[in-house]
Design a protein around this ligand. Sequence first.
Ligand code: UD1
Ligand code: CA
Length: 486
Amino acid sequence: MKPLDILIMAAGKGTRMHSHLPKVLQRLAGRPLLQHVLDQAAQLQARSAIVITGHGATEVEATSAGWIRATGQFDLKFARQEPQLGTGHAVQQALPQLRTDGTVVVLSGDVPLTQPDTLRALIAASQAASATLASVSGGALALLTVTLPDPTGYGRIVRNAQGAVQGIVEHKDASTAQRAITEVYSGILAVPARLLAPWLARLTNHNAQGEYYLTDIVAMAVQDGVPVLAHRIDDALQVAGVNSPVQLAELERAHQLRQAHALMEQGVRLADPARFDVRDDTRSGVRGELVCAQDVEIDVGCVFTGRVELGDGVHIGAHCCIANATIGAGAVIHPYTHIDGEQAGVTVGAGALIGPFARLRPGAHLGREVHIGNFVEIKNSTLADGAKANHLAYVGDAALGERVNYGAGSITANYDGANKHRTVIEAEAHIGSNCVLVAPVTIGAGATVGAGSTITKTVPAGALGVARGKQMLLANWARPTKQPKP
Ligand code: UD1
Ligand code: CA
């Protein structure tokens, strides 16, 4: 295998996105389109990638350089194309940085769903020709093509009577007969690098659009006796580009369906693969990855962000959002639960019951059989095995021991307006309803806090702490009566 150098076309404007964000930075599954394409380059073990930038060049270059620095996979370079005079002109701008001993693969920064196997087959077609056709100087021009029911707008693959490719004719330059051709050029090709320079030098812009067409190199290859091979695929999604929000959403659904099918093939039971999403975490760049053990069931409308692990037999109810979290075996997450571990992560122990309408925030670490009910928020706190907070509560910066029962409406007052303080509640303590635990404060093992208490001092182990107004009784109390209007 010759080394691979990838050229990524990313200078176009993307007018139809109607966005301030350059098109190739629009996100699919939380990941910028260009990053999807750079991932393809990484999967092919490319030696280098040259991104051709123009519109939004500074932003595109700054953002994408960061991703590669983070992974260190290959040599990433940029070539500016200003103004944009066509796809051939774009490749001309990259030529000075392109090594001549490799195979070049041309990709588009706005075509995110091409499968590495498809590209490998295309590269093989470009390289294999050197062995089979010894008369040739080595290598072939390999075009990725697809047959579309409506080929309007695309470059048509023109073949001779024997079926050999003769050239590509752009839609605007095509005759009526040529427009009837349904096999189109995908915008993706593979070619030995050393063949490119002489062809690019011969390009002209004498065509309907006044552009330098990269596709004109096909006829030049035929003229020069270089074999031209069309690698035709059926799956149009693999070569579909993003030009509008509608197309972006279509590809998003296609990508999500693909991820859903891969999980179902491993045994994950999705109530509806069309209502399921796994995304990168756009805040941290953590890759969207849902790792499932056996017998996991996921109801409709769930969104998984970043890395999420679900243990054996976990059930996720409808419409849960779960980010950067690990859910233990047999745990049940009831509908409408929001779990977001951000950087600190969230862990839910085996057999826990969470929700409906619960919120677990960064640093929530829950033991086995913990119960968290509706409208309960947990942040930066550990709850040991069997602890329960079943209704309307806030637990922040706290450590709850085993089997603590945390009453409805109770909160930790963890923030004094300047600093955060910790609350410690030892094993088997019972916090009544509607209590305020003013941190820093400790509730000892087995202690009880009476309902409605505002606790500011330690409650020792085994004690009852009550801190509320004493009840007063006035017998036969006559309520005020309404005065008659004058
Ligand atoms: C091109 C092909 C056409 C093919 C189609 C597939 C040419 C002349 N035509 O069409 O045969 O069917 O792709 O989608 O190549 N770009 C630049 N600089 C430019 C022009 C374009 O970087 O000066 C980039 C765009 O950002 C885009 C890619 O090249 O990523 C393709 O450009 P686009 O205008 O979408 O394709 P067409 O030229 O219409
Ligand atoms: Ca164009």
